[in-house]
Write a protein that binds this ligand. Structure first.
Ligand code: NAD
Length: 498
């Protein structure tokens, strides 16, 4: 197996990635097993040694080279994402633009975030200097999903590289061509070592990567697979970063700009055909705005067109199996008395699903509890913002959320149990590279992006250095007994008051 060219890998078995709109074959790729994965990790170890020995400026310069080659061929990448994932070209472009924005930030800020940091030694070690240093971990395994095949894995890859690591990337079996394309651009921009290698295959290839002895495994995908990843990583005590699914809520409060909220809800729920981890999957609108809000949502969602052509707002459902999940959520909602104000059961016409806006959905319906990952939006009437917060937090997930309102908006945002919240806008946090991205509960743990995202791919190490010796040494068998007596007095004085 070589680093980036799928055709050159000797493999007994292969799989095809298909264009979800037409069913045409986009590419044929080897199913890499434990041996190929181990070989890639072995090469990555070499690459990591070389890369970590470069200084921040050198790494930044080379990552700028990667951004340059991607930017020069951005239309080619957008077309490939469109073909393999199904999303419109413009959406494919936007996710790549965002990914480049993040790589630039990570490379620019790595020195600030990861340089040694002095720490006050405190009273007990006043004669020492103390510092924290951040070392690269070594080789990072990255397993990615298909819904944002550029932006999502690059959130781990870009930050891992900026922190001085090498990467072995296992793209989704639905978007391997995009993964290989990215690795080829890394090889072009940074030819010295195979800094980013791709292994291709199905779940078993991902599992082999989990068990390969990488220094950290960054997984983005469903909560169900996340549990398996964590179990597989447990054997070697390989640390994991889990970016999982969500059931994100939007709250529309009494004093919200209803027009802006409706625009955001429709776009947030339906863009990329709802196949977004941070999509709006539920809306809670207060009594004061519910009617106006719902009417406008219905108007806007009714205009959205699915298809493969240039006029389409949303593409097909990328993963055929997801259509069954969407259908089952809709069927369950209708069986429980939900009404569709836009779309209905006929909205599901594989490979497409048209927008569906639902009302009167009971709180225990599947579509209110499990990730739908389709262009369906349940809108719920609530008495007030307090009820909205209670219902929004009644979920095992906790990825993102949105609040539309004025007076109480920040307070509501603070009370939402989620990793990220945007106020009076949709998913803005994803475009702010300085902000950490990640969830709580079944949405995972650990953070990509921001200072936290750089430290996530670093080994934190504490160092003290004695600056001068004290006349008596506390941590010694030779210490005089009176020293402990003195320390007891000091301890009572310092901690025993108040
Ligand atoms: P998935 O869990 O089915 O697959 C993700 C990846 O895991 C794929 O590459 C797959 O081959 C691999 N895999 C499957 N079984 C494995 C195993 N046993 N061991 C190791 N790897 C294995 O998810 P998906 O359908 O590709 O992606 C959609 C999911 O991803 C949704 O739940 C979505 O919300 C989530 N997601 C989360 C984020 C985030 O940042 N939190 C971003 C995008 C997508």
């Amino acid at each position: 197996m070589i680093a980036t060219s799928p055709s050159a890998k000797p493999a007994a078995t292969t799989f095809e990635s298909l264009n979800p709109a037409s069913g045409a074959v986009v590419g044929t790729f080897p199913i890499d097993g434990p041996d190929e994965v181990a070989a890639a990790v072995g090469r990555a170890r070499e690459a990591a040694r070389w890369w970590s020995a470069l200084d921040f400026a050198e790494r930044r310069r080379r990552l700028a080279g990667f951004r340059r080659v991607v930017a020069q061929r951005i239309d080619e990448l957008s077309e490939l994402v469109h073909r393999e994932n199904g999303k419109p070209d413009a959406d494919a472009f936007l996710e790549t633009m965002l990914a480049l924005h993040h790589v630039a930030w990570a490379a620019r800020n790595a020195r600030r975030v990861l340089s040694p940091r002095r720490v006050r030694p405190g009273m007990l070690a006043a004669n020492h200097a103390a510092q924290v240093v951040y070392d690269p971990l070594g080789v990072i395994g990255v397993i990615g999903p298909w819904n944002y095949p550029v932006y999502t894995p690059m959130g781990s890859i870009g930050y891992a590289l900026a922190a001085g690591n090498a990467v072995v990337f296992k793209p989704s079996e639905h978007t391997p061509a995009v993964g290989v394309w990215l690795a080829e651009r890394f090889a072009e921009a940074i030819p010295e070592q195979p800094l980013v290698q791709v292994v291709t295959g199905l779940g078993a290839t991902g599992e082999a990567l989990c068990r390969s002895g990488v220094d950290k495994l960054a997984f983005t995908g469903s909560a169900r697979t996340g549990r398996r990843v964590m179990a597989a990583c447990a054997d070697n005590l390989t640390p994991v970063l889990l970016e999982l699914g969500g059931k994100d809520a939007m709250i529309v409060d009494d004093d919200a700009d209803v027009e802006a909220a409706a625009q955001a809800a429709v776009w947030g729920a339906i863009q990329n055909a709802g196949q977004t981890c941070i999509a709006v999957e539920r809306v809670y609108a207060t009594d004061a705005v519910y009617d106006r809000f719902t009417a406008r949502v219905v108007e806007l969602a009714g205009r959205v067109r699915s298809g493969d052509g240039a006029q389409a707002d949303i593409g097909p459902i990328t993963m055929p199996g997801q259509i069954d999940v969407i259908r089952s959520h809709l069927d369950d909602a209708f069986a429980r008395g939900a009404r569709a104000l836009v779309g209905g059961p006929e909205a599901v016409h594989p490979p497409y699903v048209d927008p569906v806006v639902l009302v009167d959905v009971p709180a225990d319906a599947l579509i209110m509890r499990d990730e739908t990952f389709g262009p369906a939006l349940p809108v719920v009437r609530v008495r007030d913002a307090d009820e909205a917060v209670r219902l929004a937090n009644d979920t095992r997930y906790g990825l993102a959320s949105a609040v539309f309102g004025k007076r109480r908006a920040t307070d509501i945002a603070r009370r939402l149990r989620a990793g990220m919240t945007s106020i009076n806008a949709m998913i803005t946090f994803a475009a702010v590279p300085g902000l950490p991205f990640g969830g709580v509960g079944d949405s995972g743990f650990g953070r990509i992006h921001g200072d936290e995202g750089l430290r996530e791919f670093s080994r934190t190490k504490a160092i003290t250095r004695q600056r001068y010796a004290l006349p008596v040494e506390l941590l010694s068998f030779e210490r005089p007994a009176r020293m402990v007596d003195l320390l007891k007095k000091v301890t009572r004085l310092v901690h025993g008051r108040g």
